[in-house]
Design a protein. Structure first.
Length: 229
């Protein structure tokens, strides 16, 4: 698939949603692992939400239209005025925020969803999955802070290597964010050269044996895990 040029505001949003407080080091406590798991769920939902806007050509900052009391059509306040705090907030995903992001994920066109799922399976199936996911997530979270990015890369890599149950969530967060970023790169190439540029994607592979797919991953990615446990 070859995306159309993307508005600058959406390109900036793809970078903004990557900023999250990943840990700078790993601790032997289960609390740290739970926090990383929640961050993975937030980042997966965020990435798929913005990816749905990219794929459907929706700009959340564009004026929306509503209906006034007399039945006539009226222009609502622009999304930029309403703000995107619900998307950019870094606290635990729950309530209305969760409902909005989960609903946005369901609107992903099937080819786009399959691209995300393919990237997810590739990360889990390759021996380089920990290095790829850790470096990307850390770099996007701390783009101006090399010290924090380096320590976060090591922390996430160690978690990937030592806790196999952490791999599917980390891979899901990476796949959602990476696909949105690659969508913008393809759109930029098309805008620059006037020719179609496909969105980069990794090949889909079988999940490693005994991979545990959490319900939120199956729901957001829209996959049937019956035969892929």
């Amino acid at each position: 698939m070859s995306p159309d040029p993307v508005p600058p505001a959406l390109v900036a949003l793809v970078s903004d949603i990557q900023r999250v407080a990943w840990p700078l080091w790993t601790e032997p406590a289960s609390r740290t692992r739970r926090e990383v798991g929640e961050l993975c769920r937030l980042q997966t939902a965020r990435g798929l939400t913005v990816l749905s806007w990219l794929a459907l050509g929706n700009d959340p900052r564009a004026p929306a239209r509503g209906t006034n009391r007399t039945g006539g059509e009226q222009e609502a306040a622009p999304a930029g005025a309403r703000g995107l705090e619900w998307l950019l907030a870094g606290n635990r995903l729950a309530g209305t925020r969760q409902d909005r992001m989960y609903e946005a994920a369901t609107t992903l066109p099937r080819p786009v969803r399959e691209l995300v799922v393919a990237n997810w399976t590739w990360a889990l199936g390759t021996p380089h999955g920990g290095q790829v996911t850790a470096a990307f997530l850390a770099g996007g979270a701390y783009p101006e802070d090399g010290y924090s990015a380096a320590h976060t890369t090591v922390a996430l890599l160690r978690l990937w290597e030592r806790r196999t149950e952490a791999r599917p969530p980390l891979a899901a967060a990476w796949a959602a964010m990476r696909t949105a970023a690659d969508w913008c790169k393809a759109a930029e190439l098309r805008a620059s050269y006037g020719t179609q540029a496909p969105v980069f994607g990794y090949p889909r592979v079988s999940l490693p044996p005994r991979t545990v797919v959490r319900p939120w991953i199956a729901r957001l990615l829209g996959i049937d895990t019956g035969g892929e446990r």
